[in-house]
Design a protein around this ligand. Structure first.
Ligand code: DGJ
Length: 740
């Protein structure tokens, strides 16, 4: 039984209460009894209806006992754990007032539950307020459980005292059970984003810090703790994501006292947050998801994201992006040709990338001068936009608003707008510097230029790029650290621009995929996952980006036959069969494509248009294949009526022929027809020199129950390495027997 809502907005701290939030198959039981900050008693699988008395029994059942040679009372690990409560792990809050007030001891002053969200019941929230009179601080904690089962929490810290409270860090922690034995998090670099790393969850603190001033190539992404051997479809796993696009810290800690937790917060630079009386600092949201296997954990994140008011709902248009097609070589005739070729194969949105403005003929100059180059575009962008729109496509434009080349009119006019830690010049990166957007004049200039571009041209889409780390990023003038202010100014800039131009979609790009987080996604419509569009590399990049994001938010392009970033050559079928698992685009100079290639690409685009409704609304699933050379990814319609799977050979297999694979996620009670899906139906085993081929790999395929497909599975075809085939699965029984 869910604890009754208190009659008032807030109740005194000494009312004994355990608050049970339950939604989406997940329960969060919070202990708000007594004066200490609230602690999570349980976060994981739904507990079912429990009477209030049993909630207390559960808290009793799971309470740790006091131990010898430690503080005498049981240690409470609250959402913001305190040393004053006996916690000697990573502190929730650290800061001071000239060396005093360094160890907070908050007393709860009230709490309330409140329904939140569009339908008022989208999320159930607990809000707890607390005060430390000695430290002259107030704290408000928010815990929301969304209908999807996604938990999110954050803290607000205010100063009520004289002088300044200097904040070092404020981290919210969520406990995970001791049965978690392994950690999974992510690293990466340009062209290799979201590369998984798995370690044992041993005693000690693992902190993933990002000091790059953007979300980062090597962001922790989702830091997961799970039971031994947790996999896509098995094991219990908890994951957290720190939703912030500046400095961030995401951590996992296991203490020898048998306490384990995952947490996250902002990485603050020295002196960034000094709170005067009445000022408040708010942490980023820490998102948490639980699942029986990684697919379930992801499914909850996806359901949460898809439920947002601003989530893109129109069919994701096929993009053609000019970057790898022409780089800086812009001219009306050539780009019009490209647009015609793209439209002929089915493209729906044409994005003009870097090089259209100021003196930007290469990456050494012009950033900041957001005026159309009269040299390259003497009649403005109008003629190209007319061609694009005349072909039935939307027009999109690349911008990099936070940056400036020293060789630009803007930098010459306003050298004092460039971020710097004092008098010295920050080291350049890609020949560029960072504009101090916390400076109201710089902010107004950038907003004004972007607003004018959108007002003066029929632009439906902005590709918003950010191509360097923030190094020595202080406010010029006083030299104080400025990454925190810069990140919030970026959010304000995007919010204001979107308020003025609500129909314009925005893509988050940062040297490829270095800005992928849930806060930037509150104000953007997709991410560019990586500058690497080599399909071989993309299998992993897209798989792990989709641990957090549903496919419709992940930009995935068909590149040239020979990858520009790896020099790997792959057939069109492989490039396209990989790129449809996202928001599809083309980034290839189609003027050089053969008629056969254009024809085949058109077939792939037609398939994408046919299945994007399924891919962008269904449940993403992954096989746990015993053969490491094969990957099986699928999307099953929410009602279980159909599915699409990709079988990818990422290497040569030790088994010849390979074994069978279960098709996960189907309704076990239904009967399905399983067919190779053209144009992804060319299995190499059909080649004459490879024997007779896989017996069931025929246009009519197989008819089998969901249960048989999920247990015995189907035999995988022999594939050359770096080949992909598709399976289309359609329910053939007249109507749904209820799912699962
Ligand atoms: C980096 C992006 O990731 C690329 O796609 C491209 O837009 C370039 N910047 C342009 O400079």
């Amino acid at each position: 039984m869910v604890a009754a809502l208190p009659a008032d907005d807030a109740v005194p701290a000494n009312v004994p209460e355990l608050v049970h939030l339950s939604a989406g198959g997940v329960s969060v039981l919070l202990d708000v009894r007594g004066a200490q900050l609230p602690a999570v008693v349980h976060w994981g699988a739904a507990l079912g209806e429990l009477p209030a008395g049993q909630l207390a029994e559960l808290a009793l059942a799971t309470a740790a006992q006091p131990i010898g040679f430690s503080v005498d009372a049981p240690v409470r690990v609250s959402l913001v754990p305190e040393q004053s409560a006996g916690w000697l792990g990573h502190p929730g809050l650290s800061g001071h007032r000239d060396g005093r007030a360094w160890s907070p001891a908050f007393a709860v002053t009230g709490w309330r539950r409140e329904p939140r969200g569009r339908a008022a019941d989208t999320a159930d929230a607990l809000v707890v307020t607390a005060r430390d009179d000695a430290a002259e601080l107030e704290l408000e904690l928010e815990v929301e459980l969304h209908v999807s089962g996604v938990l999110r929490t954050r803290a607000h810290l205010s100063s009520t005292g004289e002088g300044t409270y200097w904040l070092d860090q404020l981290t919210v922690l969520l406990p995970v059970p001791e049965e978690t034995a392994e950690l999974l998090d992510f690293t990466g670099h340009h062209l290799r984003e979201r590369s998984p790393q798995r370690t044992a969850f041993t005693h000690g603190l693992r902190v993933r810090e990002n000091r790059t001033g953007r979300t980062g190539f090597d962001a922790a992404h989702v830091l997961c703790a799970g039971t031994a051997g947790f996999a896509n479809r098995s094991g219990r796993v908890w994951g957290v994501h720190t939703a912030f696009s500046g400095g961030a810290r995401t951590l996992a800690e296991r203490t020898f006292h048998g306490r384990s937790a995952l947490g996250g917060g902002e990485l603050l630079l020295p002196g960034e947050i000094g709170l005067s009386r009445g000022q408040t600092y708010t942490t980023p949201w820490l998102y948490g998801s639980f699942g029986e296997g990684l697919d379930e954990l992801s499914g909850r994140f996806h359901a949460y994201l898809r439920s947002r008011t601003g989530h893109p709902r129109s069919p994701r248009p096929v993009v053609v992006n000019t970057w790898e097609a022409v780089y800086f070589d812009h001219d009306l005739a050539g780009l019009s040709d490209l647009a015609r070729k793209a439209a002929s194969v089915g493209a729906e949105r044409f994005v003009l990338d870097d090089g259209w403005f100021g003196s930007r003929r290469d990456d050494t100059s012009g950033l900041g001068d957001w005026v159309v180059s009269p040299q390259v575009w003497p009649q403005g962008l109008g003629p190209l936009i007319d061609v694009v729109r005349g072909l039935g496509m939307e027009f999109g434009l690349w911008v990099e608003p936070e940056m400036v080349n020293p060789d630009s009119d803007l930098a010459r006019a306003h050298p004092d707008w460039i971020m710097a830690a004092g008098d010295r010049v920050s080291p350049p990166a890609r020949s560029q510097q960072v504009l101090d957007l916390a400076n109201p004049d710089a902010f107004a200039y950038v907003l004004g230029r972007l607003d004018a571009l959108l007002r003066e041209n029929a632009i439906s889409y902005l590709k918003w790029d950010h191509n360097r780390d923030l190094v020595d990023a202080g406010h010029p003038g006083n030299g104080r650290a400025g990454v925190h202010d810069q990140t919030l100014a970026l959010y304000r800039l995007l919010d204001e621009l979107r308020a003025r131009h609500p129909s314009v979609e925005v893509e988050s790009c940062s040297s490829g995929g270095a800005r992928v987080d849930l806060e930037i996604l509150q104000r953007t419509d997709r991410v560019w996952a990586s500058d690497c569009i080599d399909a071989h590399e993309r299998v992993g990049i897209q798989r792990w980006t989709s641990l957090l994001l549903p496919l419709e938010l992940i930009g995935a392009h068909v590149g040239a036959p020979r990858s520009h970033t790896t020099r790997r050559e792959l057939p069109l079928d492989v490039r396209a069969a990989t790129a449809i698992w996202g928001h599809l685009g083309i980034e290839w100079d189609l003027r050089t494509a053969t008629p056969e290639e254009l024809d085949r690409l058109a077939q792939w685009i037609a398939l994408y248009k046919e299945v994007r409704g399924l891919l962008h609304s269904g449940v993403l699933v992954h096989g746990d294949l015993s053969d490491p050379a094969y990957d099986l990814t699928g999307v099953v319609a929410a009602d279980g009526t159909q599915a699409l799977y990709a079988i990818t050979a990422t290497a040569t297999s030790a088994s010849y022929p390979p074994g069978s694979a279960a098709l996960p996620g189907l309704d076990q009670a239904r009967t399905y027809r399983v067919r190779p899906q053209p144009p992804g139906d060319v299995a190499d085993s059909n080649a004459a020199d490879w024997g007779a081929g896989l017996p069931w790999w025929t246009p009519q395929g197989l008819e089998l129950s969901g249960r048989a497909l999920a247990t015995a599975g189907v035999r995988l075809p022999v594939l050359y390495p770096d080949r992909v085939v598709l399976l289309r699965v359609t329910a053939v029984d007249p109507q749904g027997v209820s799912r699962r």
